[in-house]
Design a protein around this ligand. Structure first.
Ligand SMILES: CC(=O)N[C@H]1[C@@H](OP(=O)(O)OP(=O)(O)OC[C@H]2O[C@@H](n3ccc(=O)[nH]c3=O)[C@H](O)[C@@H]2O)O[C@H](CO)[C@@H](O)[C@@H]1O
Ligand SMILES: C=C(OP(=O)(O)O)C(=O)O
Length: 422
């Protein structure tokens, strides 16, 4: 298993171009199955989850190449709508294929998806949405079989604004007969990006970014070339790392509007932030201040995917902060690891009570999930001494060579891979 070794205590400095968004690229790649022909998707980051998605598409019969950060995908040769269980289990986002495969082939067989252990992560809202569009769904153990000769538009109200369910329903409804409305839809920027991509292929979707999305079904979609939005979570991770190390970093290729809740929290912590077009400058010359209360919630509120990273900054802040996680019930596992580095954090139910300490100390710690891993890397960069982060396959799901990216900003970080036995 690879490890990251970090010599902490060096402020990050310099500039960095932010990768394309994993959480936008994954549904977009799944949505490619709705059109027959060759599609070119640009700014697709080179990540483990993207590799898994491309392997699934190849298994379905597509030809897929990932050259630099461009994916060229031919979906014409796809010959099956059955996704193998072994591939479904490798990530949560495999579930995005359910809607598009059902819409294109009239049937699909998938399995319960895998992914990081951050909560129960049910898919009931995805299944209810597809049923409302007329799909017959049979669940046999882990296996899910969906059938519908012709999907029909429907009015669907989501009990919770689930990102994945909103996207799956949008993708299925695009080829349904008639109009679909999704109310209490998720409003994340990645949903707006999916709408833009589907519309570029000829879909008729309105409302992404608000809580009501309307989809007028069309008969077919045409392949296109499309560029994925910048990754707001990677950008946010770097911003927090810059602040926690008391550095000075310029981020290029960002969408600051997508980061407004983080910018607000960082400013309250005393971090200096300047925004100019798609450029964000972050500086933190002194010790950050505690922030009384940060609560994760659906967009545009503070994102769960930045909760663990911000916890590191607050662990180093002057005063007591409270950080509450409301999206995933198992997303505070990094607290134990941060405590081993000297942080003073107490968890009660879904809230972390953080008493800032002047410094953290290097230790051997384990990434328990993707963003928890990113948080431990930030902690290691800010800490005194050497930190070893284990189980970094989680981090590779979402960051394109995190050690190279941070190395460019002056971090002393390297990856150790075990030497294969001959
Ligand atoms: C690839 C991708 O885009 N992943 C993001 C997406 O995940 P994902 O799409 O899985 O997140 P959801 O918004 O669906 O999940 C949020 C909450 O709703 C629950 N739920 C969801 C669906 C369902 O059918 N039933 C149900 O109960 C989940 O267990 C969770 O507690 O949004 C999350 C919330 O912003 C982010 O952390 C993930 O990074
Ligand atoms: C939880 C995440 O992703 P996924 O939904 O792919 O597990 C994430 O990106 O932080």
């Amino acid at each position: 298993m690879d490890k990251l070794v970090i010599e902490g205590g060096k402020p990050l400095s310099g500039s960095i171009v932010i990768q394309g968004a994993k959480n936008a690229a994954l549904p977009i790649l799944a949505a490619c199955m709705l059109a027959e022909g060759t599609l070119t998707i640009e700014h697709v980051p080179r990540l483990r989850d993207i590799e898994v998605m491309l392997n699934i598409l190849r298994e379905l019969g597509c030809r897929a190449e990932h050259v630099g950060d461009t994916v060229i995908l031919n979906t014409e040769t796809a010959h099956t709508s059955h996704v193998p269980e072994s591939l479904m289990g490798q990530m949560r986002s495999s579930i995005f294929l359910m809607g598009p495969l059902l819409a294109r082939f009239g049937e699909t067989q998938v399995y319960q998806p895998g992914g990081c252990a951050i909560g129960e992560r049910k898919i009931d809202l995805h299944l209810e949405g597809l049923k409302a569009l007329g799909a017959e769904i049979e669940e046999i153990g882990n296996r899910i079989i969906c059938r519908a000769d012709q999907l029909q538009g429907a009015d669907i109200h989501l009990a919770f604004p689930s990102v994945g369910a909103t996207e799956n329903i949008m993708m299925a409804a695009v080829l349904a007969e008639g109009r679909t409305t999704i109310s209490n839809a998720a409003r994340e920027p990645e949903i707006q990006d999916l709408q833009k991509f589907l519309n570029a292929m000829g879909a008729k979707i309105m409302g992404a970014g608000t809580d009501t999305i309307t989809i007028e079904g069309v008969q077919s979609l045409t392949p296109c070339t499309y560029q994925v939005i910048p990754d707001r979570i990677v950008a946010g991770t770097i911003m927090v790392a810059a602040a926690a190390t008391r550095g000075q970093v310029t981020l290029l290729n960002t969408n600051p509007a997508h980061l407004s809740s983080l910018i607000h929290v960082l400013r309250r912590a005393g971090v200096q932030i300047a925004v100019d077009g798609d450029i964000i400058k972050v500086g933190c010359p002194g010790r950050p201040r505690a922030v009384e209360r940060v609560v994760t919630a659906p967009y545009p509120a503070f994102p769960t995917d930045l909760q663990s990273q911000v916890m590191v900054l607050l662990a180093l802040a002057d005063g007591v902060s409270i950080l509450k996680e409301t999206i995933f019930e198992g997303r505070l596992k990094h607290v134990d690891e941060l405590t081993r580095m000297g942080a003073d954090i107490r968890v009660d139910m879904n809230a972390a009570f953080i008493r800032g300490v002047p410094r953290l100390y290097g230790a051997t710690v384990e990434a328990t999930d993707l963003r928890a891993g990113a948080a431990l890397v930030i902690a290691g960069l800010a800490a005194q001494g050497k930190t070893i982060v284990e189980q970094i396959h989680h981090i590779d799901r979402g960051y394109d060579c995190i050690e190279t990216m941070l190395g460019r900003l002056g971090a002393r970080i390297s990856r150790y891979s075990p030497v294969p036995k001959s």
